[in-house]
Write a protein that binds this ligand. Structure first.
Ligand code: SF4
Length: 236
């Protein structure tokens, strides 16, 4: 768990809760009802993360813009906490064939002429970019794989393939927004690396993708050996 993501989450909820808090204060004229509203929203946020994560994101995002903040703190918050919730709730329970590995088109080398958007298996796995290794990984683990050029195509893949969970690779901006858009389909995110800049010749840690898939996948042997899942201290 990244502490800064958790801090941003509760900061967003606290700012959001000031609106109903002030309203309650104006009615009751008791400041402690304002405090109680803030505390209550933060406690509810621990139990209903999906809804409150979206609220915190939409409060923090414009604030970061107004304050001139750089980076993607709001998106990082969604990626870290959303992925954690997905893995904690569903880890070890999804059949591989119901997991969708969703990749961004920018992983493909910019001068590759293979048309992989509608059929990733058109890739001849030349080793020029991570797409070949990710196809190997999809075959080895049994998950479905799809490539999206943007949010619209990503949503269409999810609608058509009807996965129980998605392992998504993307940049923080697309991944954070995409994880919220995919709701109620749970997503575990893996951020890509952008050594050549945004949206071109990006890459990803294939081992991190494999580990995420393995944590989600239902393994008969693993469940016989260890029927109890790893406990989690944050999400109930
Ligand atoms: S592995 Fe080679 S063929 Fe496949 S998408 Fe990348 S560059 Fe193209």
């Amino acid at each position: 768990m990244r502490n800064s993501s958790l801090m941003h989450y509760h900061l967003g909820l606290t700012i959001f809760s000031l609106f109903p808090g002030v309203f309650v204060f104006l009615i009751t004229h008791h400041w402690y009802w304002l405090v109680m509203t803030v505390v209550l929203v933060n406690i509810l946020g621990l139990f209903r993360t999906s809804i409150f994560l979206s609220l915190a994101f939409h409060v923090l995002k414009p604030m970061a813009g107004i304050l001139g903040g750089e980076g993607f703190a709001a998106e990082e918050m969604v990626i870290t906490l959303g992925s954690k919730k997905t893995l904690q709730k569903l880890g070890g329970s999804i059949p591989a064939e119901r997991i969708l590995l969703l990749l961004p088109h920018c992983l493909q080398r910019h001068d590759c002429d293979r048309r992989i958007t509608f059929n990733p298996y058109n890739c001849i796995r030349c080793g020029g970019c991570p797409v070949g290794s990710l196809l190997d990984l999809a075959e080895r683990t049994g998950v479905k794989i799809a490539i999206a050029t943007g949010g619209t195509l990503a949503r269409r893949h999810i609608k058509d393939l009807r996965p129980l969970a998605v392992v998504a690779v993307a940049c923080p901006r697309d991944l954070g927004q995409g994880m919220l858009d995919a709701h109620p389909v749970p997503v575990a995110g893996v951020e890509n690396a952008r050594p050549a800049g945004d949206c071109i010749d990006t890459t990803v840690d294939v081992c991190a993708v494999e580990e995420t898939i393995n944590r989600l996948t239902y393994h008969v042997e693993k469940n016989l050996e260890n029927p109890l899942r790893e406990d989690d201290s944050f999400f109930p």
